[in-house]
Ligand binder design. Structure first.
Ligand SMILES: [Zn+2]
Length: 166
């Protein structure tokens, strides 16, 4: 299953299914498998017979989907590596950029998209990744996150040999 999450509208996309939130609550729902910090729930979803809690690590920013059956017995956990402010409309947005005349934006966006998300999430938090992509697309972004991300570009280049210039 492919998980994507739209942080702005709290829509969880599983393959072709768009699941709107049944509830939005911030509860401690577990511990991050990556760094051990507390996970805070973002939204609750229903999928077929299952219940899914989307949560975010307060420390490293990883976003998880935890899947439970209808009796709240835990079934599975997935890291959501594809997320954005508006992921379910991403294609429309990207298309409109590609139709635009600004080849430079297009080029930068494409080279960013070519970087595996696994590499990005190793260095950057989800908020920072969102800010980088927003910046390239010319959307509004949180300056603080972009600022934090920029401080890590050198580190990213050291580790993965890819220079980011956003
Ligand atoms: Zn974490």
């Amino acid at each position: 299953m492919n998980f994507e999450y739209d942080l702005k509208n709290n829509v969880l996309c599983i393959d072709e299914n768009q699941l709107h939130a049944r509830g939005i609550e911030n509860n401690e729902v577990g511990i991050c498998s990556s760094c051990g910090a507390n996970l805070l729930s973002i939204s609750y979803h229903a999928f077929n017979e299952d219940l899914i809690i989307v949560s975010k690590c307060g420390n490293c920013g990883l976003i998880y989907a935890n899947i439970y059956d209808y009796n709240w017995a835990w079934l599975d956990e997935a890291v959501i590596s594809h997320f954005s402010d508006d992921i379910c409309n991403n294609d429309a947005k990207c298309n409109s950029i590609e139709c635009g005349s600004d080849d430079k934006i297009n080029e930068k966006l494409q080279s960013l998209k070519n970087i595996p998300m696994k590499q990005l999430i190793t260095i950057f938090s989800s908020a920072e990744i969102t800010a980088i992509f927003a910046r390239v697309k010319g959307d509004e972004c949180v300056r603080q996150y972009l600022y934090n991300a920029r401080k890590k570009y050198d580190k990213f280049e050291d580790v993965f040999g890819i220079a980011i210039d956003v």
